[in-house]
Write a protein that binds this ligand. Structure first.
Ligand code: SER
Length: 336
């Protein structure tokens, strides 16, 4: 029986993660979000608390629990963060620091390091041109780390902050040897869920295209047909989080891991959507600035480290993702 905090519980990953925790049972789940957790989700958790992670009083309220694991999912995604960079910094960076410090105090109190799971992103990459992107192909964790967005900058910094808090916090003080946090980050590709839609991301064109077609609505895609970034079906995203959280720490050679599944162009996604929904009406009207953002992200990721260290392997390639997860589930969702 573990005590687990999930921040951003109302978001897309939170939604699927809470469901998976509920199916597994046996844990005390504290769900935190700035919004009210919908009733059907509240039924899946032990306690639902509403508040802002950048508010110290809210952190104090959370700190009463002795968390074994924290899944810190709350964040502004890349498009939202470009629209409000200062708020993005406050939530994505200050909120993360506050939760890391809280976890540290809990780890000191209990004597058990808190496993701190952090969703990072392909937005940490910053490829300078499409030619460089196409030549670079699959990127390892340590290449082309020059993010062009507030979101990418926030996430790359927090990857390093978490590693620092785990390994070197206060390295010139007497507390430096105390292991209080065990930070583990996953660089997610664009995630596609059959049951929820993202808000404020720049990889949103893929899920939006599929969900629009399933509802018989036309879709105007905000990137060019040849745009390519990695994507992943949501069940694999949740699987990766739980698998990395459960991995023995001695197996881990790094604190941030890439994970890959499939890497289609927008046009290839549209072709799959049209095969399932022949009447789908998909047009392309690229939005220059959003296009520039995805063009700076990698075409695919090299996830060798995750495969070697903790046995990562996606269950859903593109075909399985569409045929066995997305299309049947989405069709059910909109059929009511
Ligand atoms: N899905 C995210 C976004 O588009 C990328 O990690 O912002």
């Amino acid at each position: 029986m573990r005590t687990i905090l999930v921040t951003g519980a109302c978001g897309e990953i939170g939604h699927s993660l809470l469901q998976t925790f509920a199916e597994r049972g046996n844990n005390t789940i504290i769900a935190a979000d700035i919004n009210q957790l919908p009733d059907e989700q509240a039924a899946n958790v032990s306690v639902a608390v509403r508040g802002d992670i950048s508010n110290p009083d809210f952190i104090k309220q959370l700190e009463q629990y002795n968390f074994d694991e924290v899944y810190h999912l709350a964040a502004l995604l890349s498009t939202s963060a470009e629209r409000n960079p200062e708020l993005a910094h406050q939530v994505n960076v200050n909120g993360t620091m506050a939760l890391l410090m809280m976890s540290r105090r809990i780890g000191m109190r209990t004597g058990n390091p808190v496993i701190f799971m952090f969703p990072s992103t392909i937005a940490v990459y910053g490829l300078k041109s499409l030619t460089i992107k196409n030549v670079a192909g699959k990127l390892t964790e340590d290449e082309h780390l020059k993010p062009t967005t507030m979101y990418g900058i926030n996430k790359l910094y927090c990857e390093q902050l978490g590693a620092y808090m785990s390994d070197r916090y206060g390295q010139l003080t007497s507390e430096s040897d105390t292991k209080t946090i065990d930070f583990r980050a996953l660089r997610f590709p664009g995630l596609i869920s059959a049951t929820t839609l993202p808000s404020g991301g720049t990889s949103d064109y893929a899920p939006e295209m599929i969900h629009a077609a399933a509802q018989g609505k036309p879709y105007s895609c905000f990137v060019r047909p040849d745009t390519r970034i990695p994507f992943m079906a949501m069940p694999d995203g949740v699987k990766a989080l739980l698998q990395l959280a459960a991995a023995p720490s001695e197996k881990l050679t790094r604190r941030t891991y890439n994970i890959g599944a499939f890497a289609p162009s927008a046009e290839e996604i549209a072709a799959k959507v049209k095969a399932a929904f022949p009447d789908a009406d998909i047009q392309y009207n690229p939005h220059l600035r959003r296009q520039n953002i995805v063009d700076s992200w990698c075409a695919d990721v090299d996830d060798t480290a995750a495969r070697m260290d903790w046995g990562w392997s996606a269950e859903y390639d593109m075909q399985r993702a569409f045929d066995e997860y997305l299309i049947p589930t989405i069709s059910g969702v909109y059929a009511g």
